[in-house]
Design a protein around this ligand. Structure first.
Ligand code: BGC
Length: 333
């Protein structure tokens, strides 16, 4: 280097300087341009809410999500729909905690049994994050509002439907989403209380479906294998009725058992029209989603809202359906 003439060294230095300056300006501009672009295309939302589901892909929860997103869209709310791929209590709790850490304005979540849930709700509320339970309540938590079915009452209605639609001795098997879920426990409690009204009806056994259709098919199959005297089945979550029908088709029973299911997802409605399910209990998940977002906005604006916001429920039978559509409000008493 020492041997290079001074002029060449100055020229080289100038070239390196100019190239660096060019690169700095060019990439600097690109970076700022990108940032500006992001900022201008990014919508500024008034609120950020998290909707924590039991299972992201579940058809029933997708309806809650649709209702919530529709309402969020109307009020400039950013709604994040999160939860486990397959129902998993620990993952749900972890998701609630993660949403608290990311400082969302409100959490709408299914109620989960146990102390861990109550502690998380307490933590959220202490940090100024409002909490609404949807679909399943935990009344002794710090949640501000519950939006959803009165699950005890819904179970009671299922029991009444069975008493009304059957005669003679009835031995009942229950297929339930999960013995651990509060809403399923409440539905079973209501159902059992309704059965108390008749001596001719007896509850024989209960099996879990893990809220899947295949799980319900297996549960129904094993209930009927273990208790051949079962002549009625009650499915307590959205896919249980459909699964029960599959399960009994495997067995070839001499007589079709009486079946009462839950929810009005299209497949269940279709099976009622085909005479394979006798009745189902309605829930309005879209409405639950809409109302939860609406009340969450009210909470943000410090409005006072009655804690219990029960959506409607009724019994739907064949006569309430036409061409795959539920056309009446059903039997509400
Ligand atoms: C229940 C939900 C459950 C779903 C499962 C519904 O009847 O209300 O809690 O996640 O069934 O498919």
């Amino acid at each position: 280097m020492n041997n290079l003439p001074k002029k060449t060294m100055y020229t080289l230095g100038a070239v390196i300087f100019l190239v660096s300056l060019f690169l700095m300006l060019y990439y600097g501009k690109e970076t700022f341009y990108m940032e500006n672009q992001t900022a201008s295309s990014q919508q500024i939302y008034d609120y950020h809410f998290a909707l924590i589901t039991e299972e992201v892909g579940n058809e029933y929860w997708r309806l809650i999500e649709n209702g919530a997103k529709e309402e969020a869209g109307k009020h400039n709310v950013y709604l994040e729909y999160v939860g486990p791929r397959k129902s998993d209590k620990e993952e749900k709790l972890h998701t609630i905690d993660r949403m608290i850490s990311s400082k969302v304005d409100g959490i709408i979540t299914q109620g989960i049994p146990g102390e861990a849930f109550k502690e998380l709700v307490h933590k959220a509320v202490e940090r100024g994050i409002d909490v609404i339970t949807v679909d399943t309540d935990v009344p002794d938590s710090d949640r501000q509002v519950y939006v959803g079915t009165d699950n005890y009452q819904a179970g009671f209605l299922a029991g009444k439907a069975l008493l009304n639609d059957t005669s003679g001795v009835v031995n009942v098997g229950i297929v339930t989403g999960s013995l651990d879920a509060l809403n399923q426990q409440e539905r079973i409690a209501g159902f059992k209380d309704a059965l108390q009204m008749a001596d001719r009806v007896r509850l024989v056994d209960i099996e879990e479906s893990n809220i899947t259709e295949i799980g319900a098919a297996q549960a129904a199959y094993s209930l009927l294998k273990d208790h051949p005297d079962i002549n009625a089945l009650f499915g307590t979550s959205a896919l249980d009725g459909v699964g029960i029908v599959q399960g009994i088709e495997e067995i070839h029973l001499p007589e079709h058992p009486y079946i009462v299911g839950f929810d009005i997802l299209p497949q269940t409605v279709e099976l009622i029209e085909q005479g394979k399910i006798d009745a189902t209990i309605t829930q309005f998940p879209m409405e639950m989603g809409r109302l939860s977002v609406r009340y969450m906005i009210d909470l943000q604006q410090e409005k006072v809202i009655p804690t219990l916001q029960n959506t409607e429920t009724s019994i739907i039978r064949n006569q309430d359906i036409k061409n795959g559509e539920v056309i009446t409000k059903g039997d509400q008493s």
